[in-house]
Design a protein around this ligand. Structure first.
Ligand SMILES: NC(=O)c1ccc[n+]([C@@H]2O[C@H](COP(=O)([O-])OP(=O)(O)OC[C@H]3O[C@@H](n4cnc5c(N)ncnc54)[C@H](O)[C@@H]3O)[C@@H](O)[C@H]2O)c1
Length: 270
């Protein structure tokens, strides 16, 4: 049921924290994987390391998902190499984190949030998913089927609890989860529903995967506050999204389309 032997998968944002996990899980299930990321060198490294660890075949490709030309080139390369495209994971996103360059994005109040950052998120997180779905969908319609997973976030379902981002001893809060992130993620979930219905009779299934917060290099205060707010009492481990992903892209979920699989330790249950 979970076997993906011979199926060709594209993982956008494949060089990122979760993209690497998805790449390995797909390879272990027998898929041929394209690690598509704007960081082309890291994408190639991730592909090579994953094949060495898990077998099957993969390659890395440098693409900006917000560029229609890049997506067109990538699709041509995939078709030239493997002749089909069965699985698209729309995973690339600008997701501001404490421990990365994007952290600067969190140092604005909503009232002062710069338009260019808002537009950059729209372009990558939402337009990127639109462009990739369009290119992959064209191939899938022609070949008679396929599967897509659009990666959302709990912040696309509920608003961020901004108290989590308040630093110890701060009188006036300076760090916030920006609005653009959750707004683009809410859009992703709607793109799923639209496409699931649109391609319902074309043997193309489209679902949303909604991860909760994954433990990376967040500071201890944040982790503690997050844990208190989570029914399961902890953040997710990196590997804990892969089972849900495999379920959604394999025949195990053959009667599922337009749905949202939420893997958040109960975050949105109360
Ligand atoms: N990590 C979490 O806690 C968490 C929680 C909920 C949802 N998510 C979602 O899961 C997905 C992956 O998250 P992650 O933690 O692995 O993030 P990450 O930042 O580690 O990975 C994102 C990847 O996308 C790539 N990318 C950015 N802009 C791009 C562009 N224009 N074109 C192509 N690639 C681009 C980056 O280079 C990076 O490798 C995202 O959609 C994120 O919103 C993550």
């Amino acid at each position: 049921m979970f076997d993906l032997s011979g199926r060709v998968a594209v993982v956008t944002g494949g060089a990122g924290n979760l993209g690497r996990e998805y790449t390995r899980a797909l390879l272990e299930a027998g898929a041929l994987v394209v690690v598509a990321d704007i960081r082309s060198e890291i994408a190639a490294e991730v592909a090579d390391a994953a094949v060495a660890a898990c077998g099957s075949e993969a390659f890395g490709v440098g693409v900006d998902v917000a560029s229609k030309d890049d997506i067109g080139r990538m699709t041509t390369t995939v078709l030239e190499k493997w002749g089909r495209l069965d699985i698209l994971i729309n995973n690339a996103a600008i997701d501001p984190k404490f421990d990365s360059d994007s952290a600067a994005q969190q140092h604005y109040s909503f009232e002062d949030y710069p338009l260019d950052l808002w537009q950059r998120s729209m372009n990558v997180n939402l337009t990127g998913a639109f462009l990739c779905a369009q290119a992959a969908g064209r191939v899938m319609v022609q070949q008679g089927g396929g599967v897509m997973v659009n990666v959302c976030s709990t912040y696309g379902l509920v608003a961020p609890d901004q108290r989590l981002y308040r630093q110890e001893g701060e009188v006036a809060q300076t760090l916030f989860k920006p609005a653009d992130y959750g707004v683009t993620k809410a859009g992703i979930a709607q793109l799923t529903r639209y496409l699931a219905v649109y391609w319902g009779d074309k043997n193309i299934r489209v679902n949303t995967l909604t991860p909760g917060g994954v433990r990376l290099a967040q500071d201890d205060g944040f982790v503690q506050r997050y844990e208190q707010r989570t029914p399961i009492g902890r953040m997710a481990n990196l590997g804990e999204m892969s089972g849900a992903l495999l379920f959604l892209v394999s025949d195990a979920s053959s009667y599922m389309t337009g749905a949202n699989l939420v893997v958040d330790g109960g975050w949105t249950a109360w």
